[in-house]
Design a protein around this ligand. Structure first.
Ligand SMILES: [Zn+2]
Length: 393
């Protein structure tokens, strides 16, 4: 454990602006000060310090799948993503039978309760569980197995909420399903985030979910109807609600760059969260992988369902990492402070973790990514400890 550490770089991205040059002092795993660098301090040349990334939608990575709640696989995926700068991560489960999902959640929750991934002692920080399903629209299922999609009942909703316990962080729900609005309220009452997604909702149906407490749109633009001038749908409702955070998959396959730019400018730094939606194949060679019992083929950076005919299947998650998503946003000319908020501050806030992480601010956990002049990850500090890369040279 590093008791005390000074990190200085040409640029330090804070919620209020960019310090150049700036320094972050770390004591006991927490950020102590964030200030202009003192004369004589060794500055990491050409580098930029940003807060550790917070990825609120991840199914796996590095060959490991998080979707069954297996602690070793969750640790493996979280460690893979941590090497790419993600210091706080959710385990996103894909659609499966309710009993199976509840069992997976209970297993992971018990392990998290025991401190299995609390971010200390070199362990990764897994902040909890995201249920992506099973209360989703069959017509917008994407890579969610349609065989297991159902309407929520008070019992099935409570089953999943209770199984995750205090580790319930998010549930993606199609608002048009009978019983969905009550479930939105139940998730929020239990301390979780209700997200709108994999949905065919009209504008009004999406609005009802937002009024009931939904605060996130799951991968805006993907697995939902398009934004039309007479039928603005869930995209219109999401853009129209200032309190709603839009998840964006910035991999160049899921969204046109212009969509990324327009949504980021429209919603502002507090209204967008970069996510990876990564599957086990992230960081692995092209080839065949499994996702929730479905076959996925990864080729040229895109993961698609395998189809019976030769046609390309639906996109099935991504092989994205948060550093690449951040680079894409910065490459579009999005200001550093906004890109950093989208990668860290806003997702931390929407999960209720703003007092713990998501910014370079005194008092928060010392989660810092050192980016080199090409915006590649040079080093990752999690909880004050160097967990990837190097600070030397
Ligand atoms: Zn997903």
């Amino acid at each position: 454990m590093t008791d005390s550490l000074v990190l200085a770089a040409d640029r330090v991205v804070t919620p209020d602006g960019v310090l150049s040059a700036g320094a972050v002092t770390i004591t006991g795993g927490r950020i102590d000060t964030v200030a202009p660098a003192d004369r004589g301090v060794r500055v990491l040349d050409g580098c930029t310090l940003v807060p550790g990334f917070v990825d609120i939608h991840v199914h796996g990575g590095g060959g490991h799948s998080m979707t069954t709640g297996d602690p070793d696989a969750v640790t493996g995926a979280a460690a893979f993503h941590r090497g790419h700068g993600t210091t706080t991560i959710l385990a996103s489960f894909v659609t499966a039978p309710v009993d199976e999902l509840a069992d997976s959640a209970a297993r992971l929750a018990a392990w998290l309760d025991a401190g299995g991934a609390d971010g200390t002692g070199g362990r990764p920080c897994v902040a909890g569980i995201h249920y992506e399903g099973p209360f989703l629209a069959a017509s917008r299922c994407g890579a969610q197995n349609p065989a297991f999609l159902v309407d929520p009942t008070p019992e099935s909703g409570a089953r999943l909420i209770d199984a995750a316990g205090r580790w319930l962080r998010m549930m993606t729900i199609a608002p048009e399903r009978p019983g969905a609005i009550d479930l939105v309220a139940a998730v929020v009452a239990a301390g979780g985030v209700a997200a709108i997604g994999h949905t065919d909702a009209s504008f009004d149906e999406a609005r009802r979910a937002i009024a009931a407490g939904a605060t996130v749109a799951t991968h805006l633009g993907n697995a939902m109807p398009p934004f039309l001038h007479r039928a603005p749908g869930p995209i219109g409702a999401s853009l129209d609600a200032p309190e709603l955070v839009c998840e964006l998959i910035a991999d160049g396959h899921h969204l046109h760059d212009a969509f990324l730019g327009v949504v980021t400018r429209t919603k502002g730094a507090e209204g967008v969260a970069l996510i990876t939606d990564a599957i086990a194949a992230a960081g692995r060679p092209d080839g065949r992988y499994a996702l929730g019992g479905l076959d996925v083929e990864v080729r040229d950076g895109a993961a698609r369902l395998v189809t019976d005919d030769a046609h390309p299947g639906s996109l099935a998650g991504s092989v994205l990492t948060m550093d690449a998503a951040f680079r894409r946003l910065v490459g579009l000319g999005v200001p550093l402070v906004t890109a950093s908020a989208a990668a860290s501050t806003t997702p931390a806030r929407v999960l209720g973790l703003a007092a713990e992480t998501g910014a370079l601010r005194p008092g928060l956990r010392a989660d810092v990514v050192v980016l080199d002049p090409d915006w590649q990850v040079r080093a990752v500090i999690a909880g004050g400890r160097l967990v990837a890369g190097t600070l030397d040279g």
